[in-house]
Every structure is written in structure tokens, then in C-alpha cells.
Design a protein around this ligand. Structure first.
Ligand code: OAD
Length: 233
């Protein structure tokens, strides 16, 4: 039986594309107060501040390009004969721009908008401001990025859990394992019988069966080549 692979990515997979991580030295949560910019309470208190924070994230995302790690994972999706599930905590669209067809964005997407009043969702590029109105209900003042904030329920968990539970191999790439529920995936997968692999610049505190340490742009293509052989065979 062909293996089912479940990959979880975090900010580290996009670090070499120039997008800052959250918890590394100089990371976003050293420069911004999480409670002010990434919570529903922060948005209610100061929508302009929160929208400005995500406008900067969206502009950085638009200016960035996928790196060799994103491309290697897209190749894995195309060529792996078994099930490949890619769940990302990242709100950027670099997996998609590397031609990854199916990405489960459990923390939402910066290139989409959500109306806090009527829950309408639509594609968004460029800056977002408190003056923008929802094309669904016409109301202004509730337009926000379609991202999951602290205190909100991550997206797609009902699709993600069964895929995690039937995985033969669980791989965490470039995530610190600090934010639940994603941080608990490795233990869930292990309990369900999967082998576990961490790919990261440095080992995290979580328990894995195996580790590959180094920058994702090198370690991910190396791992994928071991599974599939060299590209273009
Ligand atoms: P973190 O910033 O917490 O962790 C980034 C991880 O990437 C660390 O373990 C680094 O060692 C690793 N890393 C950095 N550069 C790397 C590279 N070039 N190659 C490989 N690994 C590298 O980011 P996440 O774990 O993704 O949530 O953070 C999880 C969630 O916390 C985010 O989705 C976000 C944040 O608060 C919300 O905003 C809801």
C-alpha cells in the first residue's frame, strides 16, 4: 500500500522567501503585540491598526516568490502515488504560487477578505481599510482579512483530522510547535501509528522519530528527492 503523507508547514518554509517568522529572533511577535494585532478584541479596539498590520503582511507576500521548498512540495503532490495532504499555518499564498494544487489553510489566507457582519468571503489584493464595504451585505466597518486570530477556531479541522489520523508519515516543516491545535498534530499522528519527521532550521522541543536540520530550501528538496528520485527522471 502506498504511504499516506501528511505535511504541516509553518513560517519557516517561507522564511527564505523573505517573509518573517513569528518567534525567531527579530520575528513578528517581538515587533508587534500579538494581543493588539491578532485577536478579535484587538480588531474591535483599533481596526485601523490591525488592518495596517495585515496590509504590511499582504504587501510582503505579494512581493515574495516561492522558494525551492515550496516547489519541492508541489512536485511531491504531483508525483507521489499515495495520498499527500499539505496543511499550512501560513496565511501567504506561496504554496499555491509554486503550483501546489490543494492546500489546507488552517489559519486562513491573507489574499482573502471576510465580512465580520455577514461572513461573506471574497478574494482581496491591495490595502484594506475600515471604509471598505462588503460586496455581500453592503455594510462598511466589518471587512477584515480572512485569517484566524487567537481565540478563534482554526479552519478545516473536520477535513484535517481524518487525514491526520490515517497518515503513515507525518512531517512538520518550519514550525515551532508553539500554537495549538497544530502543535498537537505530531502527538496525534504518532498515537494513530504514523512515523514522524521534523524538518527545521533547529530542533524543536517536540518528540519526533527523525529530524532533518537545516534551511528548508535545501532540506525539503533533499527529502523529496529521496522519496521520488531526481526531478525530471
Ligand atoms: P514560528 O515563528 O513560531 O516558528 C518558525 C519555525 O521555523 C521555527 O521553529 C524556526 O526554527 C523555523 N525556521 C526558521 N527559518 C527556517 C528555515 N529557513 N528553514 C526551516 N525552518 C526554519 O512560526 P509558526 O510555527 O508557523 O498564527 O507559527 C505558528 C502560528 O503562530 C502562526 O500560524 C501564527 C503565529 O502566531 C496565528 O497568527 C494564528
Amino acid at each position: 500500500m502506498t504511504e499516506r503523507i501528511f505535511v504541516l508547514t509553518g513560517a519557516g518554509v517561507s522564511a527564505e522567501s523573505g517573509l518573517g517568522t513569528f518567534r525567531d529572533a527579530g520575528g513578528l511577535w517581538e515587533r508587534y503585540a500579538l494581543a493588539e494585532v491578532a485577536t478579535p478584541e484587538g480588531y474591535r479596539r483599533d481596526p485601523g491598526l490591525v488592518l495596517g498590520f495585515y496590509n504590511a503582511r499582504r504587501a510582503a507576500c505579494a512581493a515574495a516568490s516561492p522558494n525551492a521548498a515550496h516547489r519541492a512540495l508541489a512536485r511531491l503532490e504531483r508525483e507521489w502515488p499515495g495520498e499527500l495532504t499539505l496543511v499550512t499555518q501560513n496565511i501567504d499564498d506561496l504554496h499555491e504560487r509554486a503550483d501546489h494544487a490543494r492546500v489546507w489553510h488552517m489559519h486562513g489566507r491573507i489574499m482573502a477578505a471576510l465580512c465580520a457582519a455577514c461572513a461573506h468571503r471574497w478574494a482581496w489584493s491591495g490595502d484594506m481599510g475600515p471604509e471598505h464595504a462588503c460586496p455581500g451585505c453592503g455594510r462598511a466597518g466589518g471587512v477584515r482579512p480572512d485569517v484566524v486570530w487567537f481565540g478563534e477556531m482554526p479552519y478545516l479541522l473536520d477535513e484535517i483530522w481524518p487525514r491526520l489520523e490515517r497518515a503513515d508519515l507525518f512531517v512538520a516543516i518550519g514550525t515551532s510547535g508553539e500554537v495549538y491545535p497544530a502543535a498537537g498534530f505530531v502527538a496525534e499522528a504518532e498515537a494513530a501509528g504514523a512515523r514522524t519527521l521534523e524538518i527545521n532550521l533547529e530542533p524543536t522541543a517536540a518528540v519526533f522519530d527523525a529530524r532533518r536540520i537545516g534551511p528548508a530550501s535545501r532540506t525539503v528538496p533533499e527529502w523529496v528527492e529521496e522519496l521520488l528520485g531526481p526531478p525530471g527522471r
